[in-house]
Design a binder for this molecule. Sequence first.
Ligand SMILES: NC(=O)c1ccc[n+]([C@@H]2O[C@H](COP(=O)([O-])OP(=O)(O)OC[C@H]3O[C@@H](n4cnc5c(N)ncnc54)[C@H](O)[C@@H]3O)[C@@H](O)[C@H]2O)c1
Length: 410
Amino acid sequence: MSTSTSTEKITEVGHNRFGFDSRIEVDTLRSLYLTPSYIKSGDKTTHVGAPHKDYGTESVYDKDSNKIQYTTFAKFPPVRLLPNSERKRILVTGGAGFVGSHLVDRLMLLGHEVTVLDNFFTGSRTTVSHWVGHPNFEMVRHDVVEPFLIEVDQIYHLACPASPPHYQYNAVKTIKTSFMGTLNMLGLAKRTKARFLITSTSEVYGDPEEHPQREDYWGHVNCIGPRACYDEGKRVAETLTYGYQRQDGVDVRVARIFNTFGPRMNPYDGRVVSNFILQALKGEDMTVYGDGSQTRSFQYVHDLVDGLILLMNGPETRPVNIGNGHEFTILEFAEAVRDIVEDIQKEQGVANPKRVNIIHKELPTNDPQRRRPDTTRAKETLEWQPRWAVRQGVEEMVRYYQSQIAQGNI
Ligand SMILES: NC(=O)c1ccc[n+]([C@@H]2O[C@H](COP(=O)([O-])OP(=O)(O)OC[C@H]3O[C@@H](n4cnc5c(N)ncnc54)[C@H](O)[C@@H]3O)[C@@H](O)[C@H]2O)c1
C-alpha cells in the first residue's frame, strides 16, 4: 500500500477565498507546536525541539531530578495587522483541545481577536499558552453547559470530548455538553447575530450502510449503545442548529468531520493514529482491534482547519463532510506507520533493535466497519480538498511525539 497521494512539499496552508485570507506558512505553525526544548542529564544538555527561539516557550527537562522548567519568551509570533473593518472577534469553544488549538493558532496569526472558551476537560492550557498575554487573545475557563455572554462576529463551536474513552467517561455529561452547550452557543449567536459553525462528526452516520457517506445519508446509529452519547448528542446538536436557522434566522454552518490526526493529539485517548505511532516509537507491540480489515480514512489537521475556515466564510449552509477520502484497512495503516517510524529512526540513527510486532485484540462494541467521506460537496461549494498525504502528516506527528517523549511529557 502507498500512504502517499502526493509528494508535493507543502510550505503554505490556507486560501484567499470568500473575502477571507487564511494563508500562513507551515513553518510558522510548526514553530508553535515544536517549541525549543532541551534535556539535561548530568553535565550534558541535548537540544530536541525546533530551532525557533525567538518567541513562544522553551522547556528544559532535567532527567536526573525529573523536573521541567518552562520559560516564556517576551515576544509573540508576529500576527497580521488587519484594519478594523477586516479584524473579526472570534469565539472558539473547545479552543484548548487538539483541533481547536490549531484553529486558534491560525486565526491569531491572521490577525483576528480570539477568545477561547474551555473547561479543560480534555484540552489543556499548554496548547495555546504561547498566546496568553497577547492583546488579541483571551482565554476563559468556562463550561458551555452554562450560558456565556460576549460580543462576537463568529463562533466556532467545538467544545465536546471527541475520543471514545473521554466521551464515555461521563456519558450523561457528554450529552449535556452536546445539547445544552450547543443550545447556549446558538442562543449567543442569535443575540449577537454572529455566524455559528458547529463541528459535527462522521459518527452521525453510525455504522453506515452506504459507502462513501454523502451528506444526504441519514445514518445508521444505535441510540442506546456505548457510543450513543456522542453520536446522538451530535445528531441532536445538528437538529438544534437547523432549528435556530429555520425559526430565528441564525446564520449557521455544519462541518461533519472525519478522523483527523496531527500534533497535540492526546497521546492517551486511544485513537488509532496516536496509539500506533507511540507503540512503534517505543518499540512496543502495535495493537490492531479485530482482524484489521475494517477501513478508515485519516485527514491531517491543517487540511481540516482549512476546511473549517472556508466553510465559516463561504456560502454553504448545508452540512459539509470534511475528511480525506483515501481509505486504508487498519492493518495496512499499522504497517505503514511502522515503516514511517522505522525510516525516521534510521535517518536519525536511533532505530529500535528489533521490528515491532502487530498483534490483534477483540473488536470493541459498535466499532464501525467502514467510514469514508464523499467530499464532493466541499469540493464544489468550498473548492476544498485535502492536500496532505497521510505519510506527510504521520511524519510531522512522529517528530512531535519524539520531542514530547524526549521532554518527559509522554
Ligand atoms: N478529532 C477528530 O478526529 C474529530 C472527528 C470528528 C469530530 N470532531 C469534533 O471536533 C471537535 C474538537 O475535537 P478534538 O479532537 O479537538 O477534541 P478534544 O477533546 O481535543 O477537544 C475538545 C475540547 O472541548 C473542551 N470541552 C469539552 N467539554 C466542554 C464543556 N462542557 N465546556 C467547555 N469546553 C469543553 C475540552 O476541554 C477540549 O479542549 C469536537 O466537537 C469533536 O466532536 C473531531
